[in-house]
Design a protein around this ligand. Structure first.
Ligand code: FAD
Length: 496
């Protein structure tokens, strides 16, 4: 809040009426909802532009995933200014990434433009950028490029990143499935492996059409189930050889069963269906090393492959490290207090996959529902603080869990212990997933694509539309990189 800023009588009184004209540092100490950052200057001394004269409290949300989106929605149409920052200009529905990777849906079906979601929300602004630093003293969020953003209250909702658990070769040769470019890249690679084989089967080796998926949780199970369906579709495309005879889908899990958190009957059903559909399931199997041509397992076994899909787990986004020394759980998540703020940082909330939220049986799982509920709760607590109401502790309301195995087969365990499997669970899964996709067009398009695939026994998104796979972190810098690469190419050509 600039000392020269006009006072807006409609703005909430954050400071019991006396703080607005105090020097910023004193004000920040006395009134924790208002920080240094609102005193009209950038950290480098330049006058602030946009928003400098706005006396409303400013909440910055990092991440437009499930948690960040819910928080921003909760703060829409309140007397608060909200800036939602994400390195992508879209929100992605991660539970269906595997459908994009396995050619069942288009990337557009599961991703929705964030600006479009908030186009009618006057108090919410979207900013495209990768957060690179958080200055907790000055209360600034710094981006990889562009001006930093001042905050009064910060919600960290940057999610998680793939965890390779230090296994040698995974980051070089494995295919992660965490972001939209990962899914498109994996789909292109799989389609290309079949093209390679078709072009010259004599040059292909055992690994060309062997696809290994690591991780027997929902993502691994869903990916394996969809991959064998893709084999069936491709069998009609590639008439020169029998794909069902040549292609292998191997699912590896280090524990003794697939879908470890599910009831035993559902776990057994999952394995039975996958094996009946041609997936080779190997449990109690640990990946020790991966190279260009094979995955090396415990006990000395090796599976030749050029495709290792890594669905073995995630760890908290590195954004948690930007806050400075904080208590962390063993998987790197930042431990939060019951109100979801980071201890020692009352103005910084952490929600979703990057937060270790204490539940009845340990920390809550990294699930979409936990993320959505915690995002909403942090926003509610911010509103309570601003309105001088008491903040509330978070309690996760568990609605249950479900995973699909493929056509007409899924498992579901609802809150209260009700269990379903087979067609009924699959129908529940389809309805819930379509309902949860953000955006009417996306829902309609996903529904049409699924219905088409269902009735034609086909996976229709089989175009090889190559994009150079780039890190999600570099979304804003892509054009710059492109220019540099083109310039370098010109230099190389000129020198040749
Ligand atoms: C393949 C897959 C399948 C899944 N299936 C299920 C399922 O079936 N059911 C279920 O409940 N859960 C599922 N999950 C888990 C669920 O998707 C997560 O729990 C949920 O997405 C967490 O929400 P979040 O908002 O914390 O993080 P995310 O949804 O990951 O959102 C984080 C956002 O932060 C942005 N971001 C990250 N770093 C930065 C930065 N430095 N600067 C700016 N922006 C940044 C990202 O671009 C992203 O938009 C699945 C996850 C994956 C990967």
């Amino acid at each position: 809040m600039s000392s020269s800023a006009p006072h807006d009588p409609s703005a909430p009184d954050l400071s019991s009426g006396d703080g607005a004209h105090e020097p910023a540092d004193i004000r920040a100490r006395k009134h924790p909802t208002v920080g240094h950052a609102v005193d009209g200057r950038m950290p480098d001394g330049r006058p602030r532009g946009d928003g400098a004269a706005d006396v409303r409290p400013h909440v910055v949300i990092v991440g437009a995933g499930f948690a960040g989106l819910e928080a921003a929605k909760k703060l829409t149409d309140t007397p608060i200014r909200v800036t939602l920052v994400d390195r992508n200009n879209y929100h992605k529905f991660q539970p269906l990434l595997y459908e994009v990777a396995m050619a069942g849906l288009e990337a557009d079906d599961i991703a929705h433009n964030v600006r479009n979601i908030f186009q009618d929300a006057d108090n919410v602004r979207f900013r495209l950028g990768t957060v690179s630093e958080v200055d907790t003293d000055g209360k600034w969020v710094h981006l990889r490029s562009g001006d930093p953003i001042p905050y009064d209250q910060l919600i960290l909702a940057a999610g998680a990143v793939t965890n390779d658990f230090g296994v040698e070769g995974v980051s070089e040769y494995g295919f992660p499935l965490k972001n939209v470019p990962d899914a498109v890249n994996l789909r292109n690679h799989i389609l290309r492996q079949f093209e390679r084989y078709d072009r010259n089967p004599d040059e292909a080796d055992d690994g060309t059409l062997t696809f290994v998926i690591v991780g027997g949780g929902p993502t691994g199970v869903e990916t394996a189930g969809a991959l064998v369906e893709l084999f069936d579709t491709l069998n009609d495309d590639f008439t020169a050889f029998d794909i069902r005879e040549r292609a292998r889908c191997v699912l590896l899990e280090m524990q003794e069963d697939l879908l470890p958190p599910y009831a035993e009957s559902l776990r057994a059903y999952t394995r039975e269906v996958l094996e009946a559909r041609g997936v080779e399931v190997m449990t109690e199997t640990v990946v020790e090393r991966v190279d260009e041509h094979a995955v090396h397992l415990n006990g000395g076994n090796t599976i030749p492959t050029q495709t290792l899909v890594w669905a073995a787990g995630v760890k908290a986004s590195p954004v948690v490290d930007m806050v400075g020394p904080v208590e962390k759980a063993s998987d790197g998540r930042v431990v939060v207090n019951p109100e979801l703020a980071i201890p020692g940082h009352p103005d910084i909330y952490a929600v979703g996959d990057l937060a270790a939220i204490q539940g009845e049986d340990g920390y809550e799982p990294q699930l979409a529902q936990v993320a959505m509920q915690s995002g909403r709760h942090a926003a509610e607590n911010i509103l309570s603080r601003i309105n001088n109401r008491t903040t509330e502790s978070f309690t996760y309301s568990d609605l249950g869990q479900m995973a699909t195995i493929g056509r007409n087969a899924a498992v579901a365990e609802l809150a209260g212990g009700l269990k379903f499997k087979g067609l009924i669970a699959w129908l529940m899964w389809v309805v819930i997933h379509i309902a949860k996709i953000v955006g009417f067009r996306n829902r309609a398009s996903a529904f049409v694509n699924w219905a088409y695939n269902y009735f034609t026994y086909s996976r229709s998104a089989r175009l090889l539309l190559d994009v150079v796979p780039i890190s999600d972190d570099l979304s804003m810098e892509v054009e710059e990189i492109d220019r540099t690469v083109k310039q370098r190419l010109k230099e190389v050509e000129a020198g040749a």
